[in-house]
Write a protein of this length. Structure first.
Length: 184
């Protein structure tokens, strides 16, 4: 398919095809899931696929910079991203193509990490129990040195019951030292 502008590397095409088939045939929640481009901005769903700007059969371009906030459409739930395809270009110049993830609904939320190359392939990124919005914010940036692709299944989960304080200390001072299982 070289020269068409759609796909420069047949390996990437094959990888994306396999991921699309896997998502469509092997996991029922994704079979009818909507596809969301990283360029589309904010997303509110518990079923879908976050993908690069090339879509299911293409690659992203050079010099892209997009941020998407993915939030659950069910109150109280939290987002998980299952990185089915994660093959970012490693070509110079620096900085390399990368994805950054924050644990919340904006880039002021706690930073979960920055990933390049194939670092997220096959892994899951999830909102933590300390994230009351349940959202993840994902930023994708590519340099001018090469193209790649990525796709992540979007699902929701219900976090464990968040802890609530049932007692407070009335006097300021050193913290109370309590052993596990000790009655207070």
């Amino acid at each position: 398919i070289s020269g068409t502008g759609i796909m420069q590397d047949p390996t990437m095409w094959y990888t994306k095809l396999l991921a699309t088939l896997f998502l469509g045939a092997c996991t029922l929640p994704f079979a009818q899931a909507q596809q969301f481009s990283i360029a589309g901005g904010d997303i509110s769903t518990c079923s879908g696929v976050l993908e690069d700007t090339g879509g299911p059969t293409g690659t992203y371009g050079n010099n892209e910079n997009f941020t998407a906030t993915i939030c659950p459409d069910v109150p109280g739930d939290a987002i998980s991203l299952n990185w089915i395809v994660f093959n970012l270009s490693q070509q110079l110049p620096n900085p390399l193509d990368r994805i950054r993830i924050w644990d919340g609904d904006n880039i002021s939320a706690p930073f979960l990490g920055e990933y390049t190359g194939t670092q997220l392939q096959g892994l899951i990124s999830s909102a933590t129990i300390y994230n009351f919005s349940g959202c993840l914010t994902v930023q994708f940036t590519s340099n001018g040195g090469g193209m790649g692709n990525f796709a992540a299944g979007i699902t929701c989960y219900t976090p464990c019951e968040r802890p609530t304080a049932v007692a407070t200390m009335s006097e300021p001072g050193p913290p109370a030292l309590v052993c596990v299982g000790e009655e207070i």
